[in-house]
Design a binder for this molecule. Structure first.
Ligand SMILES: *Cc1c(COP(=O)(O)O)cnc(C)c1O
Length: 331
């Protein structure tokens, strides 16, 4: 099972028209009938979310932190002038999409999960530059295999000083397609050169660590969990969860600017997000300075990264206490 699209039974949709949201609709169509002048096509009025549902050994399905995704989708909506989605509509849409496709939530032993993709687009037509009057919310799901097919292994990443994914005061802090369009070129180039991801520096001065491709960066130094503070970083829900678990494990959390040179001082580093939870970083190549930073542990992930990863995964599958109330359980 790859990290790709597989057709499921149904997806759910709701339309915003005449200033209000309509009822949730179910469909088995994989297509959207869209006006060619829709603002999502021309002016990038598009935001999305990504979350997962897990089947535990008890057979129950757990959706992870969906309220946080609801809030984040609305922060994206506000930033690019789209209609906000009421949190209960978002919640209902996500739960319905999972329920309608519950047989696609993989069994526990597969280490796989159901990826949930909510999408909000400006569907109304505008030829001039202005926000649409109509919006469409779609929530579809697709089963995804374990991110690490050969087990939890370190990845290599590259610092790209020739591209930025977001401007210092731009849209980096919201989950909009435009940021992804801006990063496709440098990401493809990195893949070509054998790296799994690009580590971006602050677009203003190229002095500080910013975003790690479609994931947040964090590092471990002494007994500290350190993650960059920047307006152009997307607030990762996985990162937030790891910070809480880190505190639980006795680490101190620091959210602050991280100068590039500090990469030499870390014991461990990782990229975090819904897809992998943690992609432990083995090596960072800074092409501009021709420098390599290594977080070697005989080719294995570091002990703290491993602990953080295992604890979060155990919570998601219902095997460790959900003490922050992160899971929405569906029977
Ligand atoms: C979605 C995303 C993340 C990860 O966020 P999670 O909520 O942890 O999945 C990190 N960075 C970017 C740029 C993203 O779009």
């Amino acid at each position: 099972m790859p990290f790709g699209y597989i057709k499921t039974n149904k997806n759910v949709r709701a339309y915003y028209r005449d200033g209000q949201w309509g009822e949730l609709e179910e469909t088995d169509s994989e297509f959207i009938n869209l006006h060619m002048g829709a603002t999502c096509l021309h002016y990038g009025q598009e935001a999305f979310e990504g979350l997962k549902a897990f089947r535990g050994n008890d057979g129950k399905i757990r959706i992870f932190r969906l309220e946080e995704n609801a809030k984040r989708l609305n922060s994206s909506a506000r930033e690019i002038m789209m209609a906000e989605v009421p949190e209960n509509l978002f919640r209902e849409a996500v739960i319905r999409a999972v329920e309608l496709n519950s047989e696609f939530v993989p069994p526990r032993e597969s280490e796989a999960s159901l990826y949930i993709r909510p999408l909000l687009i400006g569907s109304g037509e505008e030829v001039g530059l202005k926000p649409a009057k109509e919006y469409l919310l779609v929530v579809f799901v697709t089963p995804v295999g374990p991110y690490f097919k050969d087990g939890f292994k370190p990845v290599n990443i590259i610092i790209d000083r020739d591209h930025d994914r977001a401007a210092p005061l731009g849209t980096g802090h919201v989950k909009v397609g435009g940021n992804y369009a801006a990063s496709l070129g440098s990401t493809e180039k990195a893949h070509h050169e054998g790296y799994s991801s690009v580590l971006y520096l602050d677009a203003g001065g190229k002095k500080f660590i910013d975003e790690c491709g479609p994931a947040n960066f964090f590092a471990i130094k002494d007994k500290k969990y350190i993650t960059p503070d920047s307006r152009s970083i997307l607030p990762s829900i996985t990162n937030d969860s790891l910070q809480k678990i880190a505190t639980d494990l006795g680490l101190t959390v620091e959210k602050r600017k991280i100068p590039v040179e500090e990469l030499a001082e870390f014991n461990e580093a990782g990229a975090c997000g819904t897809a992998a939870i943690i992609a432990p970083i083995g090596k960072i190549f800074d092409k501009g300075n021709n420098k390599t930073y290594e977080y070697c542990n005989n080719g294995q992930p570091g002990p703290i990264c491993t602990k953080l990863y295992e604890r979060l995964r155990a919570i998601q599958y219902g095997e460790a206490e959900d003490r922050w109330g992160w899971n929405t359980i569906i029977n």
